[in-house]
Design a protein around this ligand. Sequence first.
Ligand code: NAD
Length: 260
Amino acid sequence: MDDNRSIVIFGGARGIGAAVARRFAASGARVFVGDVLADEGEALARENRTTFARCDVAQADEISALFDLAVAECGRIDVVFNNVGIARYGEVDGLSLEDWELTLRVNLTAQFLSCKRAVAEMKKSGGGVIVNTASILGHASQKTTSAYAASKAGVMALTRTVAIDHARDNIRCVSVSPGTIDTPLVQIAAQTFEGRDPEDLRREWADHHPLRRLGRPEEVAETVYFLASDKAGFITGSDILIDGGIRSELYAEKPGEPAQ
Ligand SMILES: NC(=O)c1ccc[n+]([C@@H]2O[C@H](COP(=O)([O-])OP(=O)(O)OC[C@H]3O[C@@H](n4cnc5c(N)ncnc54)[C@H](O)[C@@H]3O)[C@@H](O)[C@H]2O)c1
């Protein structure tokens, strides 16, 4: 409980973001969470020592407002976790321009806007760490994910560039690329396939990973906590895969085959 840093988390009301909020709060950090889900965000704030503000990252002024709140209360921002991600599916000839632009706006432009403000604040206070959530789909694509995959590849490129531009400002910038993590996003996705049992589907997705299970939000949170700490002081510009080995396997075993 001796972590006296402040962290701003975008997309922290549930899933991976909430696990990161809990991890930092448990260590004593001041945690500021922005999210569109007010009920979940307020419940998290009651359960942990966190401050919640409703924030839609598609709106530049709402990103600024969360930074303003954290600076007003703490005077400085040590860590920023840019974690919001949405997916709109479709082959390119069927995907609308609106869905493409919304995905890029929420997943990538919002991270640019947040990095812009984070860098300005961190320069004033002598440094800090920015962690951006990318995805395994920024490394390799699945069908119908062009918008999402492009946005996540963009997150990695943004991360690398912020890292080298601001290394001498004592600001590190890294990204994480989760494989399939058992969050509400994935649980809801499993319920949307008509005629398929959600539990069967989740098992199938788990089987695609060499470790033969889904990842846990807490496993991503531990990695983010480490990356934001001085123990990771020589890591910047990198993308860290947290993917149960899925990116390492060229020809996957058929789902259902027993793990060796
Ligand atoms: N779960 C996975 O398998 C997985 C895999 C790879 C990458 N990711 C990425 O990890 C991140 C977190 O995913 P998750 O699985 O925890 O998802 P989730 O949907 O459970 O959590 C995402 C959070 O972002 C919030 N959000 C959505 N749109 C927003 C907006 N416009 N403004 C503010 N908040 C908004 C949601 O309300 C939610 O609280 C995302 O960037 C996602 O792309 C997840």
